[in-house]
Design a protein around this ligand. Sequence first.
Ligand code: LLP
Length: 448
Amino acid sequence: AGGVARTGNGELAVQGIGVAELAKEFGTPLFVLDEDDFRARARGFKQAFDAAFADLCGGVDVYYAGKAFLSTEVARWVTAEGLRLDTCSGGEMAVARVAGVPAANLSLHGNNKSVDEIRTALEIDLGRIVVDSLDELERVALLARETGKRANVMLRLTPGVHASTHEFIATAHEDQKFGLSMIELGEEPSPAAAAVSYALTHPELNLLGLHAHIGSQIFEAEGFELAARKLLSFQAEIKNKHGVELPELDLGGGYGIAYTEADTPREPAVLAAAMADVVAATARELGISIPRISIEPGRAIAGTSTFTLYETGVRKTVQVQAEDGTLSPRRYVSVDGGMSDNARPVLYDADYTAVLASRVTESEPIVSRVVGKHCESGDIVVRDVYLPEDVAAGDLLAVPGTGAYCWALASNYNYLGRPAVVAVRNGAARAIIRRETEADLLARDLGA
Ligand code: LLP
């Protein structure tokens, strides 16, 4: 992140505030978030996509995907930077409302929204309910009639494009829980087509457009382009069949970030330009007007803003046998957190890196494995990283790129309290989420 650098004495610092001071004031493990970096990336997405689509549809609505990392402060930052907010539960909606985000700026996602969640969305006049299935569309219609509201809906489709970092498979990716299939079932219309007909014939539903989310941690524009083409073709079919042009099109999130040097994401401006070209050309080909485009980046805004600061504890070195029988040492370095504050290595085999943050040293870098303190051998933070040989108990380690889906996925496994999140802005640090205490952990235990 931009504001992170070594000070004169070699200590890592955020906007000039050293990690030792942060650890002393807020404890470890600690999520250290560079608020300026977060905001700059939010602003950067908005500006890049606005610029690319200005002449096509007057700009782009950027929804920050709150699932990546959300707090009331974060909701206020993205709102101040001109973004909207994508929520996917009653809890996320509650955070947004407490933060004062206008309901019109919110979208609500989820493949199994509860009646309460839908009712809340209707009651507060939430901007867009992204409907995931025919069952849900009927449920939304029923609740709209009940509450006397007209529901603003988008339809989430499965365009048969599944993209990930290193591969994307342009064959049907139907076998998943999300979205309305675009494939016809014999004589029957596709679930997507049936949903459109249903929405257009129920006046309590205000069908605003189509939506697709094709995956996460995507580097290339190709998958987004394919999805845009598919959805625009479907728009053209809707125009032919129903004589309406849906005003909006949401291309979802999924923009990748660099976790390690091996990752090479594209700049938002590059992706935006490629996507704008395809949208413009496809709409022209099909003879339809260009809908208002929206996107939902989460990771690419939050991810690189944050590093996790850990204190190191015990070390040990083992001899690892290679296939040819040769032995080589691997040193384990334990830290005071682990899979409860970063589940991504365990869940997705995700790669991170780590640096000695408290000082620089001349000592030889050796292959190290950074592990957590949980009672589980899979509790690995960084699988393989060169760390100085003299790393010792009481040093501070920083693991960068932990701003997305780390705090959000944090747990209380082994009764560890979730870490605090500290935001640094204008050279000052303040906690935006405090650390959980043992009292917090016991508060819900009715026998305590
Ligand atoms: N929109 C929808 C409908 C989504 O489902 C998601 C993420 C996003 C937007 C934001 O995607 P992003 O821009 O952050 O990639 N826990 C996993 C990632 C799960 C993503 C779920 N959906 C991980 O840590 O890699």
